[in-house]
Each structure stands twice: as C-alpha cells, then as structure tokens.
Design a protein around this ligand. Sequence first.
Ligand SMILES: [Fe+2]
Length: 340
Amino acid sequence: MFKVSSIFATAVLSVASFSAIADEVNIYTTREPGLIQPLLDEFTKDTGIKANTVFVKDGLTERVSSEGANSPADVLMTVDIGRLLDVVDAGLTQEIVSPELEEHVPAAFKDPNKHWYALSLRDRIVYVSKDLDLTEMTYEDLADPKYKGKLCSRSGQHPYNTSLIAAKIAHDGVEAAEEWLKGLKNNLARKAAGGDREGARDILAGICDVAIGNAYYVGRMKNAEPGTDQYQWGEAINVIRPTFENSKSKGTHANITGAAIAKNAPNPENALKLLDFLISEKGQSMYAKSNYEYPVRAGVELDPVVASFGDLVIDDLHILEIAKHRQEASELVDKVGYDQ
Ligand SMILES: [Fe+2]
C-alpha cells in the first residue's frame, strides 16, 4: 500500500507541483462513498494523490482501535458529530495543524483542541405538503395536537433525530424535551421508520402533511430526473427551516459532516492536503453542488434548489453543547416509545 520508493520520491520532488506522484491517502468513512467520490476524484486530479476509501457503516471506532499502530487509516470522516466525537474521545486522532481549516470553519463547528473540523452542514428541516399554507414554524409546533396523525418521521434513534432531540434538551432541559417528544410521538401518522425521503413520499401519498428531514435530500429529490419517483416526492413538498422557540439566533438545527486525522496515519501530510482541499472553495462548492449540503465556508455558491430555501441561519448552540446530550436523547426516545 505504501509503494513510493525513495528513489522515485526524490526524483519527482522537484516537479511535485507539475506531475502526479504515486502517492495515496486512506479514508475511513461512514459516508456513502458515492457521495464523496466526485470530490476525491477532483482531489486526485489536482494533486496526483490517490484517495482510497473504506466504507465503515458501523463500528468505526472499534475498527480503528483494533487495528492499532498498524492501521492504514489516514482520514476518519463521519456524517454525524456523535460518531466523530467517538473516535476523538477514544484517543484515535491527532491534532490537525491547518491554517486553512482554522480560517474557514466557524468556531461553532470545530474542536477547540483541533482534533476535528466540520466540512459541511446538514440542516434538519420540515417538509410540508404543498396543499398547506405554511411558511414558518418552530420545532415545538410539530408537537401541536393540530398535527395529530399528520407527522412523518424516521426512527427516533437515528443520529439525525437524536441530534435534534439533544438540541431541544440543550435548550430547555430533559423534562421539557420529553413533553415535546411525547407530542411528536402522538402526532405520528405511521411508525417512525424508513429514511427522510419517505417523509416526502408519504406526503405525496396523503399519509402525512409534515415530515422531519434533512435539507440535502430535498436538493437530491428536486434535482432528480423529471418523471422519477424521487422527483415527484420532491415536487409534492415545500420546505420550512424551523427554529426552536428558545433559540437566541432564531436559527435551525444543523448537524455536520466532519473529519479527523488518525493518530497512526501512515500518510499524515496527504491527509492534511485532502482536508485542505475539502475546505477550499472548489471542495466546498462541490459539497454544495453534488451533495446539496450546506458549505461551512462562507461565500460559496449553492445549488439553486438549496439556494431557493434562503440563507441558512443556524441555531446558536455550539455543536459540542448539543452532542453532550445525545445519550439522554436516545434514552428519551425509548422512554416515550417513539419507535413503537
Ligand atoms: Fe442522510
């Protein structure tokens, strides 16, 4: 896996910026590899560094931990703050020294100890039936009995939802969050299951009027081939970016995708180059246009569908403050029988 001979490496050093070096970086990711592949291809084109991905759906921490000093992992990339903190808290990462990341990732979305940085934002919004005359709402509104039998949601235990519930706990405490979650549970039109897009599907089918989902799925659905199921689901809904009643910024809850560099990374310099690419204007615009995620870097052009939702105002809570409550959130989901 690490085949660059010293002779070859020396020979190409002087023209490193002009020619491809047979060099690589290994990425362990909980992301669907298809979603980041276009970014990695572009990175390889720019740098000559081959990017190998290992898709680790579950058990990233256990895997890197058991590989120990011989782990080939350079970059650990996750779709959720919880999973990112798991690898950091397990001592499997190292400090990242990158002026680029420091400059372009806002304070609320990076580790004060520089072991991880967010690379994109995933706002958790409400899909609303086009038949409803609704343009704004709070997350608390979703618990209003007027939506009884009208709300669709995926499992409460999915990290997208535990993160949202953790944010409610961070704002108002566990008891208030429990009341709210009970209200949501009482409003469910069907069992909390499936993915976010099924919320749009079920709005089209008339099963629910409102559904909780991530914004980037709307980008995917509305940009799908006309005539396909996904396109029709996307066309059945409008989008509202809700806020928590007690949000000081009156902003929307957002989770992150982010990355760390593995403690035993065999190619730490290439790992750094990859992260710097991902936070570059080009990398960030690819996140925005091929994944429909919201860039963490300011001033990056958005996909037109996502741009049509307006500027994203984010809830004022630091993501670490939210993440602290994810265990309590998971317990509440069981306690109110959200998934039953
Ligand atoms: Fe997703």
